[in-house]
Design a protein around this ligand. Structure first.
Ligand SMILES: [Zn+2]
Length: 166
């Protein structure tokens, strides 16, 4: 599917959300939900902070947008997310009737928008989305890989310091 000029702009905003997650030690994934060039919701992963398995950026954005518009149907919206949606988020995307999903990096371990399976374009469901992948893919992947690298480095350092103390 075609990448629109504004897709990169909104993905940039989703990346900013991901940075907020990284700043508080969350896996950096960000999402922005847009309708008619208006931002309905912005969110980032809060799974660790809230100790909630469902606190993924996409779900939080969908929830916010439903509250904002006082409607569970999010027809006419585009969801921008830095990482390919998982099974849970893809389910919520379909059930809330999001029209278009634009994601950055593919997720080989959990992606259900084309990598492991494609729940967003499953004919047997009563709603299918337009899916655009690979928008700002490099930046979206990099923020994740550097987050995990920092985490490993920090753990290694802690281990070394513990050894010194012994
Ligand atoms: Zn998810």
């Amino acid at each position: 599917m075609e990448i629109l000029e504004k897709d990169e702009y909104y993905m940039e905003l989703a990346l900013k959300e991901a940075e907020k997650a990284a700043a508080i030690g969350e896996v950096p994934i960000g999402a922005v939900l847009v309708k008619d060039d208006q931002i309905l919701a912005r969110a980032y992963n809060l799974r660790e902070t809230e100790q909630r398995a469902v606190a993924h950026a996409e779900l939080l954005a969908i929830d916010q947008a439903c509250k904002e518009t006082d409607a569970w149907r999010l027809e006419g919206t585009t969801l921008y997310v830095t990482l390919e949606p998982c099974a849970m988020c893809s389910g919520a995307i379909v059930l809330s009737r999001v029209d278009r999903v634009v994601y950055g990096a593919a997720d080989p371990k959990g992606g259900c928008a084309g990598t492991l399976m494609n729940l967003l374009q499953e004919d047997r469901f009563n709603h299918q989305c337009e899916v655009v992948s690979g928008v700002k893919e490099e930046e979206c992947g990099k923020i994740l890989s550097s987050f995990f690298k920092n985490l490993r480095d920090r753990k290694r350092k802690e281990k070394e310091e513990r050894k010194k103390e012994l």
